[in-house]
Design a protein around this ligand. Structure first.
Ligand code: ADP
Ligand code: ASP
Ligand code: MG
Length: 413
C-alpha cells in the first residue's frame, strides 16, 4: 500500500488531554497532506512508572505475565483518547491494541521480541479511510497472552509496523528536538545532530541514549526504514537516522551514560573448562542478560569473573548465582549497584589512538577509577562510580569538541 506514514508519540507528548488534542492536530495535518497515517502511542506521562510502583506495594517480584497485563493498560488509555480526539476534530479514526493489529511476539514477558506482524487489519482500516491509532509497547504471544517489548518499546512497535507496511517514513515524536551528542537534560551544551548513521545510532541507543529503543534501530537498519526523531512541540526537522557511508576520519559522535546497570563479581572460581559455561548458562536460562564480562587471573587455580547486569535483574541474578555457587565451587558473589556505564560512540573510533588515550586521560584528570572496560569498532565503554558520572560526561563532551556554541533550549517541562 502506498503513501503510508507512521508517527509515534511518546509519553510526554500525550501527557495531558491538551497534548493529546495537539497530537490529533498533527496527525490530521499529515492525513490532509494525502498520507495514510498510523499513529503509535505510548502511555500518558508517567503512567507506566506509576503502574510499576503500584505492584511494588504488593510484591517485589510480580509475576511477569501479570506485570505485562497491567502495563499494557497504559497504552490502551492513550489510544482510545487519541482516537476520540481525532474523531472530535472531524476525522475517521480507530484505535487498535497490539493484538488487534497483529503484533505477534515470543513469550518472553517484559522484553518480548516481535516475531511476526499480520497487517491485514491495519491495511483494511487504512483502506476505509481511518487514521489507525495503535498501542505501542505491546503484542500477543502464540498462546494468546499480552506481552510487552521492554521499557521504551513503543519506538520498536512503530518501526516494526513501518517496516511491515513499507511506510515511506517513520517519525518518532518526542520531548526533545532530535538526537543530541549526549542527553541534553544532563549536558546543556549537547549539540543536535541533523543526521546519524544507523550503526552509530544503534550503539548510542544500546549504551543508554534512551531517545530510541535499541531494537527499533536494529529493525530500521535491517529493513531500511527511513526514520526521523523530532519534537512534538515544534516544527523543527529533527534528526534523520540513515545509512551513510563510514566517515573517513574517526570522530566521536556521541556520549552516553547508562545508569540501569549493576556490577557482579563471582570470586575465586576454579580455573578449569566448563565453569564459565555453567555460570552463564544458569543466568541465560533465567533470562538474565549479561554484558562486559571480564576475568581476572587470581592465582594458577582460581579466577574472579565479573560482569554487568541490568539493575532490575540484580536481585534475580544474585539469587540464581547463590544456587550455583556450590556446583561451580566459587567462593562468593559480590555486587555493586552504584555504578554507571559511560561510553563514547563513533565510527571506527577504536582505531584512533588519540581518541582512546584522550578518553582515559580525561577520566584520570578527574581522579576517576575505571572498574571495567569494553570496546568495539564503534565504542569505548567503561564502568565507573555513579557519583562522578555527570562530571565525567560533561568533561568528555568538551574534550571531544562536541559542545554547541550556545546552550540549547529545551522546549518542554
Ligand atoms: P518518549 O517518552 O518520547 O519516548 P523518552 O523519555 O523515552 O521519550 O526519550 C527522550 C529522552 O531521551 C529525552 O528527554 C532525553 O532526556 C533522553 N536522551 C538521552 N540521551 C539522548 C540523546 N543523545 N539525544 C536526545 N535525547 C536523549
Ligand atoms: N510506556 C512504556 C514505557 O514507559 C513504553 C514506551 O513509552 O515506549 O516504557
Ligand atoms: Mg521512549
Amino acid at each position: 500500500m502506498k503513501g503510508i506514514i507512521v508517527q509515534k508519540y511518546g509519553g510526554t507528548s500525550v501527557g495531558s488531554i491538551e497534548r493529546i488534542n495537539n497530537v490529533a492536530k498533527r496527525i490530521i495535518a499529515a492525513k490532509n497532506n494525502g498520507k495514510k497515517v498510523i499513529a503509535v502511542v505510548s502511555a500518558m506521562g508517567d503512567t507506566t512508572d506509576d503502574l510499576i510502583e503500584k505492584t511494588k506495594q504488593i510484591t517485589p517480584n510480580p509475576s511477569p505475565r501479570e506485570l505485562d497485563m497491567l502495563l499494557s493498560t497504559g497504552e490502551q488509555v492513550s489510544i482510545s483518547l487519541l482516537a476520540m480526539a481525532i474523531q472530535a476534530q472531524g476525522h475517521k479514526a480507530i484505535s487498535l491494541t497490539g493484538s488487534q493489529c497483529g503484533v505477534f511476539t515470543n513469550g518472553n514477558y517484559k522484553s518480548a521480541r516481535i516475531e511476526k506482524i499480520d497487517k491485514t487489519r491495519i491495511e483494511k482500516e487504512l483502506e476505509e479511510g481511518n487514521i489507525v491509532v495503535v498501542a505501542g509497547f505491546q503484542g500477543i504471544s502464540d498462546n494468546g497472552d499480552v506481552t510487552t517489548l521492554g521499557r521504551g518499546g513503543s519506538d520498536t512497535s512503530a518501526v516494526a509496523l513501518a517496516a511491515a507496511v513499507e511506510a515511506e517514513l517513520c517519525e518518532i515524536y518526542t520531548d526533545v528536538d532530535g538526537v543530541y551528542t549526549t542527553d541534553p537534560r544532563v549536558v546543556p551544551k549537547a549539540k543536535l545532530m541533523d543526521k546519524v548513521a544507523y550503526d552509530e545510532m544503534l550503539e548510542l541507543a544500546r549504551l543508554g541514549a534512551k531517545v530510541l529503543h535499541p531494537r527499533s534501530v536494529e529493525i530500521a537498519r535491517r529493513y531500511k526504514v527511513p526514520l526521523v526523531v523530532r519534537s512534538s512541540f515544534n516544527d523543527k526537522p529533527g534528526t534523520k537516522i540513515m545509512g551513510v557511508e563510514a566517515m573517513e576520519k574517526a570522530v566521536v559522535r556521541g556520549i552516553t551514560l547508562d545508569d540501569n546497570i549493576a556490577k557482579v563479581s563471582v570470586l575465586k572460581v576454579p580455573d578449569k573448562p566448563g565453569i564459565a559455561f555453567k555460570l552463564f548458562s544458569h543466568l541465560a536460562s533465567n533470562n538474565i542478560g549479561v554484558d562486559m564480562i571480564i576475568q581476572n587471573v587470581n592465582t594458577n587455580e582460581v579466577n574472579d569473573i565479573s560482569f554487568t547486569v541490568a539493575k532490575d535483574d540484580l536481585n534475580h541474578a544474585i539469587q540464581v548465582l547463590g544456587n550455583v555457587m556450590t556446583e561451580i565451587g566459587a567462593d562468593k558473589v559480590v555486587y555493586d549497584s552504584s555504578v554507571v556505564k559511560l561510553s563514547v560512540v563513533g565510527s571506527s573510533i577504536l582505531g584512533d589512538p588519540d581518541i582512546v588515550s584522550g578518553f582515559f586521560e580525561c577520566l584520570y584528570e578527574l581522579g576517576i577509577n575505571v572498574q571495567m572496560i569494553s570496546t568495539s569498532e564503534l565504542k569505548i565503554s567503561c564502568i565507573i562510580d555513579q557519583e562522578k558520572a555527570n562530571e565525567a560526561l560533561q568533561s568528555l563532551h568538551s574534550k571531544f569538541s562536541l559542545d554547541a556554541d550556545e546552550e540549547i533550549e529545551l522546549n518542554v517541562v
